[in-house]
Design a protein around this ligand. Structure first.
Ligand code: ATP
Ligand code: MG
Length: 388
């Protein structure tokens, strides 16, 4: 598809205009992190700054236009600024039921955002430090100027998307993510584009990639792993109820919010599949379920995410994926369901892993039962109560 066609397709999703371009220096050559770090960047770099900028937004409330994001910013700002000191002290996951409860308020409000389409443009944002690099461009910390609302701005280069033939995937990611509102799913607040780039306004995940935390800690304590699994299962339950299969669950696609909560992202491989079973091969090998590997023609359904959840749980507790090996051996082990769980893993955890990593997709433990599983109850009963 040509760039013009991609642009036209995006217009159909959401129309907007172009304005001043504070990002051009940073994203054009993509060599100059310094450019994006100048002036505005210095304003937004830490939780403390987030707190002060949001309380500033609060003070300017009467002057604001009734914009969806601004309304949210004000609502969130109140909660964020009043809750930040509390969150800073509650660093252990042992107190996460309190953390989660706080978080749900914010998530409820984020449901307001997609309801009012808004013509966003780059000039409306202060651009902060780069948060990471994705397939098609960088992700920046950003702040909506009028409201002070802090978010992340994901920049995708149209030419690169087109070159790789990812137009459909990007559109699907935008369409799917903009219709979701759950505390453990990264919110997409809006998007806009100019002639060269697509900008996604997404929720800022303050503690970054889960993968980095896992590499640093090597493996998670059972309590932490259980809470992450419960939150991921909760997000999956929500997705599956909407007939969406994620298909790419892995630590690299999970971000961590400011309260230490899971923020599932990367919906590039997700698929909206009302009643249908799919036959496409996608995802990452280590996390691929047997039904997607054994034969290309075999159809599969939402239970693929349960298998990946089992692989994720194993990796959280053991520090490496259960079928990790050479390419050929990994495939062979997956289709045979060959893995062993080290003895330091508790018997309750072992039981849940075994119920997830079941070759027959229909026999995998359903999400509703996961939240009632003894391992989950033992470590995080309260934090799973109020989620849907
Ligand atoms: P990839 O295929 O490599 O995952 P991608 O195009 O999906 O690339 P993202 O994963 O969305 O890109 O973003 C790249 C990196 O930027 C992430 O791994 C993370 O470190 C950082 N990042 C992205 N979004 C956010 C966010 N909302 N909050 C904080 N950091 C983020
Ligand atoms: Mg990613």
């Amino acid at each position: 598809m040509e760039i013009a066609k991609l642009s036209a397709a995006l217009e159909r999703i959401h129309v907007t205009d172009e304005n001043e371009d504070p990002l051009s220096a940073a994203t054009d050559g993509r060599t100059s992190q310094k450019a994006s770090n100048s002036k505005t960047a210095t304003k937004l770099s830490s939780k403390t700054k987030l707190s002060s900028s949001t309380s500033k937004a609060n003070r300017t409330r009467p002057a604001l236009q009734p914009l969806a994001l601004q309304k949210l910013a004000i609502a969130n700002a109140t909660k964020l600024s009043t809750n930040l000191s509390r969150v800073t002290v509650t660093t252990t996951l042992g107190q996460s039921s309190r953390i989660s409860a706080t978080h749900y308020h914010i998530a409820t409000e984020s449901a307001l955002i997609p309801s009012v389409p808004r013509a966003w443009h780059l000039g409306m944002f202060d651009i902060g430090k780069p948060l990471g690099k994705g397939k098609f461009g960088r992700v920046y910390l950003a702040r909506e100027k009028t409201s002070g609302f802090v978010c992340a701005l994901k920049v995708l280069h149209k030419a690169e998307i087109q070159q790789e033939g990812f137009e459909k995937q990007v559109r699907r990611e935008i369409e799917i993510q903009s219709h979701l509102a759950h505390p453990n799913l990264l919110s997409l607040y809006g998007h806009f584009h100019d002639s060269r780039r697509i900008f996604l306004i997404v929720e800022f995940a303050g503690q970054g990639e889960l993968y980095k935390h896992l590499r640093k800690e090597q493996r998670f304590p059972e309590r932490k792993a259980a809470q992450y699994i419960a939150q991921t299962a909760s997000a999956l339950k929500y997705l599956h109820r909407k007939h969406i299969i994620h298909r790419d669950i892995k630590p690299e696609n999970l971000l961590v919010g400011i309260y230490g909560e899971i923020k599932m992202s990367d919906f590039g491989w997700s698929v909206h599949t009302p009643y249908a079973r799919r036959t496409t091969l996608c995802g990452t090998l280590d996390y691929l379920p047997p039904e997607m590997l054994s034969s290309m023609g075999v159809s599969y359904s939402k239970q693929v995410d349960l298998w990946s959840l089992g692989v994720l749980m194993y990796e959280f507790l053991v520090g490496e994926a259960p079928f990790e090996d050479s390419l050929v051996m990994t495939k062979r082990k997956i289709v045979r369901g060959e893995y062993s769980i080290p003895s330091f893993v508790s018997s309750e955890a072992k039981d849940l892993i075994k119920r997830l990593l079941v070759l027959d997709p229909e026999k995998r433990i359903p999400l509703e039962e996961i939240e009632r599983h003894p391992w989950i109850i033992k470590h995080c009963k309260k934090s799973t109560d109020s989620k849907g």
